[in-house]
Design a protein around this ligand. Structure first.
Ligand code: HEC
Length: 117
């Protein structure tokens, strides 16, 4: 019986740990520690949380450019539009106002590192 309880508990423990989502990818990556900022570990969550509510095809008022895949976002990073609309201004996205400075700073690093996937 005790074994079963321990097994169940460790199951719970590990599944919690496994499912735990990083609330915000640490801006410390890219500080020379060796790890890169990527679409997967950073930019996707920022775009998903701040942009796809408008910049996606399957919504009531779809707004181009679509920002739902890496290729779409990468294109807007490479052509300077994310730089212009999220970092430099003066006309910022999202329309409700600039994102927080740590996000903007990390976005800048991501672009500077080549907007990696
Ligand atoms: C509330 C809806 C909304 C949200 C959220 C939003 N946008 Fe936009 N976006 C628009 C609208 C409307 C336009 C067209 C008018 C304009 O350019 O300001 C636009 C235009 C753009 C353009 C094309 C115009 C250009 O300058 O090249 C880009 C790129 C863009 N948005 C990026 C983003 C990014 C990146 C985010 C998230 C950080 C974002 N938007 C969030 C509504 C939104």
């Amino acid at each position: 019986m005790r074994i079963v309880i321990i097994a169940l508990l460790s199951c719970l423990f590990f599944s919690c740990k496994y499912n735990q989502e990083d609330p915000f990818p640490s801006p410390v990556t890219g500080d020379g520690s060796g790890s890169s900022i990527t679409y997967t570990n950073f930019a996707k969550s920022v775009i998903d949380n701040n942009c796809v509510i408008c910049h996606a095809p399957n919504i009531t008022s779809p707004q181009s450019p679509y920002l739902t895949t890496y290729n779409e976002v990468k294109q807007q990073a490479d052509n300077g539009r994310i730089q212009a609309r999220c970092i430099d201004g003066p006309s910022f996205m999202p329309p409700s106002g600039k994102m927080s400075q740590p996000i903007i700073d990390t976005l800048q690093l991501w672009i500077n590192q080549g907007a990696l996937q």
